[in-house]
Design a protein around this ligand. Structure first.
Ligand code: UDP
Length: 489
């Protein structure tokens, strides 16, 4: 539809992780597909990623790079994401450089940009966006990358603080909420906002909270039918507009152009093509999730001994100890032999395309919200292995509320990059919490034929249809995007 005046949305993705660049770029493509003018302003390294996605989507989105003064903050040039840090001790410098990036973005928006924004949508760590929006006289929406249920739980935790009455970090308590949203967690499993203040995390997290409390609204990558009214409850709890626009990954076709596929992507897809329908366990813990080597070995032994073929993404494989590397070399396949049992991918894999492949029957995930929503959109049941952040809350949603997952039974978080004290010394020494037999049991529950698996599969397929319906013309997310855009005309 041609609009009289196109509102101009300016997006500032949180630069720290690629898992924020991805959905915010998709959000930009979606807004553009609804007729809005869209500019994404991010760091040079991340702008290249965003531009690639925009080009592949064929979307009319402008991607602009604003400097990220890494070197001024004592970081290597080009160190513009947290996965590029040499150690976690560099996090304060990263946040300092991010403040400098904010100043560069402000210079661009106030002096150079061709057109002023109608609205800014900012990643939750780009706290400088609020002052800029106020100077521009436009509303500032926050995009967390979390789901509405997790954000709602976080509001209830701020309000009722049940964790403060817990006798120990492992004692389970109820996060109060209306049915079916009561969820039981331990203090250890809470998002970083509620963990004991840590060297870097405390100050940054307080700033983020002040930012979200002062912002005008929330844009959430979810669809209303998925989280059973959480978005409306979140609006009530925060007193803000909450706009559910997901699943944003559905703005792209999952099929890949063979010309543009990386070697890893080609290997994955060719290997999957040779597998039976719904026979493969896909294992991935997000864009950067790394488990301690001892834990990785327990997981690996379960995966190579289970009867199903396994596609396993391992991040940070180069820094694994020699004995683990040797074990992986001897027990798994890195070359993508069509008939191999366990294909290990060390680089970047095309997750949305993998989840949409008919050979995939189950997904072992760290419950990152991006992965969770992509699995929902593909109708794939999950085995849940939360690492940190809001992932233990997402696990409760997947397993208890939606009934589309089995819990591996992890109780302890894996080291959190935002609150860890230094360069991951504890990571290498950490013991495995989950043994091989426990992992095998979860994989069996996920993949075995039987009424429970069938029930999970059925629910996952129903949600897949609802996800698609929400994004189509007349669907809830489609309408929410339209309403948001109309409010600026
Ligand atoms: N992802 C991918 N290929 C990889 C690893 C991750 O495409 O090899 C994408 C995945 O599809 C998702 C994002 O990275 O969009 C991970 O986001 P999530 O919120 O699940 O986890 P995080 O990385 O923030 O822990």
């Amino acid at each position: 539809m041609e609009r009289a005046t196109k509102p101009h949305f300016v997006l500032f993705p949180w630069t720290g992780t690629i898992s924020h660049i991805i959905p915010m770029t998709d959000l930009g493509c979606l807004l553009a597909s609804h007729g809005a003018e869209v500019t994404i302003v991010t760091t040079p390294v991340n702008a290249a990623i965003a531009q690639g996605r925009v080009d592949r989507a064929g979307a009319a989105v402008t991607v602009t790079a604003a400097p990220f003064p890494a070197a001024d903050a004592g970081l290597p040039e080009g160190c513009e994401r947290m996965d590029l840090l040499r150690s976690q001790a560099e996090l304060p410098r990263f946040f300092e450089a991010n403040r400098g990036h904010g100043e560069a973005v402000a210079r661009y928006c106030l002096r150079e940009a061709r057109r002023r924004p109608s609205c800014v949508v900012s990643g939750m760590c780009q706290t400088w966006a609020l002052g800029l929006a106020r100077e521009l006289g436009v509303p500032c929406y926050v995009f967390h990358g979390f789901g509405a249920f997790a954000l709602l739980c976080i509001e209830y935790l701020y309000e009722h603080r049940p964790h403060e009455a817990a006798a120990s970090a492992d004692e389970l308590f109820d996060v109060p909420g209306p049915p079916p949203f009561q969820c039981r967690l331990s203090s250890r499993q809470l998002p970083p906002h509620f963990l004991p203040p840590a060297s870097v995390g405390g100050k940054a997290l307080r700033g983020m909270r002040e930012f979200e409390v002062a912002a005008d609204g929330l844009v959430v990558n979810t669809f209303e039918e998925l989280e059973r009214g959480s978005a409306a409850l979140l609006a009530e709890a925060t007193g803000k507009k909450v706009v559910a626009v997901g699943s944003v990954s559905l703005c792209r076709s999952p099929s890949l152009d063979p010309q543009s596929m990386s070697g890893d992507a080609r290997r994955c897809m060719a290997w999957l093509d040779a597998k039976e329908p719904e026979s493969v366990v896909y294992v991935s813990f997000g864009s950067g999730g790394r488990m301690p080597p001892a834990q990785l070995m327990q997981l690996g032994m379960a995966l190579v001994s289970c009867p199903w073929p396994v596609l396993w993404l391992i991040k940070g494989a180069d820094s694994l100890p020699g004995d683990v590397k040797n074990w992986l070399r001897e027990n798994t396949d890195a070359d993508g032999e069509a008939n191999s049992k366990c294909l290990v991918v060390r680089g970047w894999a095309p997750q949305v395309a993998i989840l949409a492949h008919p050979a995939v029957g189950g997904f072992m995930t760290h419950c990152g919200w991006g992965s969770t929503l992509e699995a929902v959109a593909a109708g794939v049941p999950m085995a849940t292995w939360p690492f940190f952040a809001e992932q233990f809350i997402n696990e409760r949603l997947i397993v208890d509320v939606l009934g589309i997952g089995v819990s591996v039974g992890v109780t302890m978080p894996t080291e959190n990059v935002l609150t860890a004290g230094n360069a991951g010394g504890s990571e290498t020494e950490a013991e495995a919490e989950v043994g091989t037999e426990q992992v095998k049991k979860a994989v069996e529950m996920l993949m075995d034929q039987g009424p429970e698996r069938e029930e999970r599969r059925k629910k996952a397929q129903e949600l897949k249809l609802k996800a698609k319906g929400a994004s189509e013309k007349g669907g809830s997310s489609y309408n929410n995007l339209e309403t948001l855009i109309q409010s600026f005309i």
